[in-house]
Design a binder for this molecule. Structure first.
Ligand code: DGJ
Length: 528
């Protein structure tokens, strides 16, 4: 009896009872804890109108094929609150039940006041009553398809609905944590106008910038025009009202059930011209408004970029921009297709992202598309296959700043990763002699990618695809040659390294080849 009691007491202390949370660690970086253990979200997002039974039934097997550990699924204000104050959570329950059956965690996306910079997911009773739920007005004074962020009525209607959702999640999932995170709104901000030009908004715009904001941004007090200048005054005004609105919705939800919350951003980097309200929604947490947003959104755990930037330099720049000491990086959306497999390595390995998720995994690919016949998920399923069982170890290695990546790009076929005592030369495609040595000829579809972690100065763990990995003593060392003490293949099973065969002879003589289907390798080195 005594034994049983102490077992029960112990069980009640088990980390499974802990709520998911984003925590800042002693070295100043972030980790996502799920059931008391570090976690990385390896996911994909389903299409906007796929939070319905038939579409979900089609999506669950795709998540399995993808080897994802989490699904990102939208929930809709218009469906949840068909009449004011009358809530119907059956669509939410369907999603939670489906995820559990398929052994997936969930990130739910709250499509409320904003979806892609417009108000399309507001319930009909909101859309059809602009007197009670005011819309923004453009410069000409005409109403547009966006709810006004300065309206307290709009804000509290959304906050009421969102907190009802969070309360429901606590009731049905508070002890299971199938839902580990919730996105508040979707790409908030306004298309069609850079700010609200209603009479009330114009009056606020002529007034002083709130003192709290001025102080947080270390600026001199003044009007919006004086503080932010003609280039950014309208956008900063919009950003302040959108951000404080989103924060209030988040705070109301957190009060009911304090899950990690984030909001996602339609970036300004996506298009070649950067006009707010035209090329991207004005008032969102774009890179130029990120300081402002961070100053007024304490109830959000993160501001997360929808990273559709396709050139790899620009893509990595976005990851760097949103990975800040005051902002953990999550990538809730990125482009599907062949790039995702490579870009995941930049996100998780280089920029310490706590999530990765291409958008639209359940789209049907039209027969006349150049991608016809291919999975939208490309090599990502292979990445997730190898990495999902290792997320706890990867999160630990992120924390230790131990990871570097080598990713093949157009005409980038050889990369050098420099660690404390050794460096690794990674070659993509068949090595061919040329002046100065052997150089990779590149792979057919640029599928080469390696994520390498330094476990100790002479010990490395790496995973990758279509690459040849060699080691040398670091350039600054007196020694010129490196030798394998041991090289072992292996896999992670439920977070634990399982050693496979030892590699030697032809399998190590010219370096270690990582095949198209990928593999994990652990090596111990010495130099002479
Ligand atoms: C970004 C949005 O956040 C998604 O919901 C979806 O509309 C995609 N754009 C489409 O590319």
């Amino acid at each position: 009896m005594k034994l049983l009691l102490s077992a029960l007491t112990f069980a009640s202390l088990l980390p499974a009872a802990e709520l998911p949370r984003v925590e800042k660690t002693s070295n100043g970086s972030y980790r996502l804890m799920v059931d008391g253990r570090p976690f990385l979200i390896l996911s994909a997002q389903i299409s906007n109108s796929s939070g319905w039974k038939e579409q979900l039934d089609r999506a669950w097997p795709l998540y399995k094929q993808l080897n994802a550990n989490t699904a990102e699924v939208p929930v809709y204000w218009e469906v949840m609150e068909p009449q004011p104050g009358q809530f119907d959570f059956s669509s939410v329950d369907l999603i939670v039940e489906g995820a559990r059956k398929n052994n997936l965690r969930l990130v739910l996306l709250w499509f409320g006041t904003w979806k892609n910079g417009v108000m399309d997911y507001a319930p009909q009773w909101v859309k059809q009553n602009p007197n009670r739920f005011p819309r923004m007005r453009n410069r000409a004074g005409d109403q547009i398809r966006v709810l006004s962020p300065i309206s307290a009525e709009n804000r509290s209607a959304d906050a009421r609905a969102f907190s009802a959702l969070m309360k429901h999640l606590k009731a049905v999932d508070g002890d299971r944590h199938t839902v580990i995170m919730v996105q508040v709104e979707n790409e908030a901000g306004s298309l069609e106008s850079d700010r609200d030009y209603s009479a009330e908004a114009n009056q606020l715009f002529r007034g002083q910038v709130p003192g709290q904001l001025v102080r947080a941004l270390r600026k001199q007090p003044g009007t919006w025009m004086e503080v932010f200048g003609p280039e950014e005054a309208d956008e900063a005004f919009a950003a302040y009202y959108v951000a404080t609105y989103v924060n209030e919705v988040a705070a109301a939800g957190k009060k009911e059930y304090p899950l990690p919350l984030y909001t996602n951003v339609w970036l300004r980097e996506r298009k070649n011209f950067e006009r707010p309200g035209e090329a991207y929604p004005s008032g969102g947490a774009t890179s130029n408004m990120l300081d402002l947003w961070k100053a007024v959104t304490p109830s959000l755990d993160a501001i997360a970029p929808d990273n559709y930037v396709l050139d790899y330099a620009g893509h990595r720049e976005v990851l760097r921009t949103y990975n800040r000491p005051d902002n953990p990086l999550f990538v809730p959306e990125t482009a599907p297709g062949p790039l995702a497999a490579r870009y995941m390595f930049y996100a998780i390995g280089e920029a310490h992202s706590l999530s990765f998720a291409p958008f639209g995994m359940d789209y049907a690919i039209p027969a006349d598309s150049p991608l016809a016949g291919q999975s939208l998920l490309g090599g990502l399923a292979a990445n997730y296959h190898l990495l999902a069982p290792a997320v706890e170890e990867l999160a630990r290695l992120q924390q230790a700043n131990a990871i570097q990546v080598a990713v093949e790009e157009d005409r980038i076929t050889d990369l050098r990763l420099t660690f404390a005592k050794f460096e690794s030369v990674v070659t993509f495609g068949t090595p061919k002699p040329s002046y100065g040595g052997l150089f990779g000829s590149g792979t057919k579809n640029r599928t080469g990618r390696v994520l390498m972690a330094e476990l100790a100065p002479d010990e490395f763990l790496f995973v990758g695809f279509d690459a040849l990995v060699r080691f040398l003593p670091r350039r600054s060392s007196d020694l010129r040659n490196a030798q394998f003490v041991s090289a072992e293949e292996g896999t992670f099973v439920d977070g634990t390294w399982q050693r496979g065969r030892l590699l030697n002879g032809d399998e190590t003589f010219f370096g270690i080849s990582l095949p198209a289907e990928g593999k994990w390798v652990k090596v111990k080195l010495m130099a002479h």
